[in-house]
Design a protein around this ligand. Structure first.
Ligand code: HXC
Length: 257
């Protein structure tokens, strides 16, 4: 499958998806969203694939939603088409995926990165929600996900001033899981993805689902949800294999059942 705005490559059990609109610093237009929806659905449906990495270029992960595409839209156009709602299909991806961010991750670019299960940042990464400078606001989840990631004070300051946050601050603030040299970004993210891809697949799905539940439930409900998923894994062959492999001091050999 080839895409107009993406490069997609399977490396073993990891799918590497690269945003590829260099002439617009990977600005997110409708075609790119359509391509992302298709690529993530294909990744999720392919049993040979266990984890994905989404990246951009060294200069820009993505410099935002495509301003040129949005500029002339009316309220009726935006509301009527439920503009950006397609990103809910990206966040519905059940398997784990990592955003590997070099350069600018601004506006919708920052919001897309925050849709990932976690962010690995190159040391040249710059995150920001500059929409207010265009007389709009975040529209792809930024006001919600940034606030959950870094807390109200910093999120409010970032969204109200539109300032950029560098990689070190992003790591310190909990926006990025780790920072690596920009030149090593994709290799490092791929290594992390390969480690995840080597885990028992059902346990990886369940882990993602329960951590995400922490944002949707009370503590008590979340703890019960976790416990039920944990109980459920005792119905899997891989749980038997994983615990037997530990006792026998050998690596587990997963079937995904
Ligand atoms: C469309 C964009 C773009 C964008 C950059 N380009 N960002 N096109 N939408 N978001 C295009 C430029 O127009 C230019 O094309 C080319 O990419 C290179 O960009 P330059 O500005 O020449 O590069 P540079 O001087 O290095 O500056 C980089 C930059 C700047 C600081 C990242 O491009 C910038 O500020 N971009 C916009 C950032 C932003 O406001 N993002 C939020 C978007 S709103 P041409 O052909 O002109 O040379 C958003 C909303 C989400 O995401 C939801 C609510 C609406």
């Amino acid at each position: 499958m080839t895409y107009e705005t993406l490069l997609v490559e399977q490396r073993g059990a990891v799918t590497l998806i690269t945003l590829n609109r260099p002439q617009a610093l990977n600005a997110l237009n409708s075609q790119l969203l359509a391509d992302l929806i298709t690529a993530f659905a294909a990744f999720d449906a392919d049993d040979s694939q266990r984890c994905a990495v989404l990246t951009g270029s060294e200069k820009a992960f993505a410099a935002g939603a495509d301003i040129k595409e949005m500029a002339s839209q009316s309220f009726a156009d935006m509301y009527g088409s439920n503009f950006f709602a397609g990103y809910d299909r990206v966040t519905a991806t059940r398997k784990p995926w990592i955003a590997a961010v070099n350069g600018f991750a601004l506006g919708g670019g920052c919001e897309l990165a925050m849709m990932a299960d976690f962010i690995v940042a190159g040391d040249n990464a710059k995150f920001g929600q500059p929409e207010i400078k265009l007389a709009v606001t975040p529209g792809m989840g930024g006001s919600q996900r940034l606030t959950r990631a870094i807390g109200k004070a910093k999120a409010m300051e970032m969204c109200l001033t539109g300032r950029m946050m560098d990689a070190a601050e992003a790591e310190r603030s909990g926006l990025a899981a780790k920072v690596v040299p920009a030149a090593d970004l994709v290799d490092e993210a791929m290594k992390t993805a390969e480690a995840i891809a080597a885990m028992a697949p059902l346990a990886a799905l369940a882990t993602k689902e329960m951590v995400n539940a922490a944002f949707e439930t009370t503590l008590q409900q979340g703890v019960v949800f976790e416990r039920r998923l944990f109980h459920g894994l005792f119905g899997s062959a891989d749980q038997k294999e994983g615990m037997a492999a530990f006792v026998e001091k050998r690596p587990g050999n997963w079937t995904g059942k």
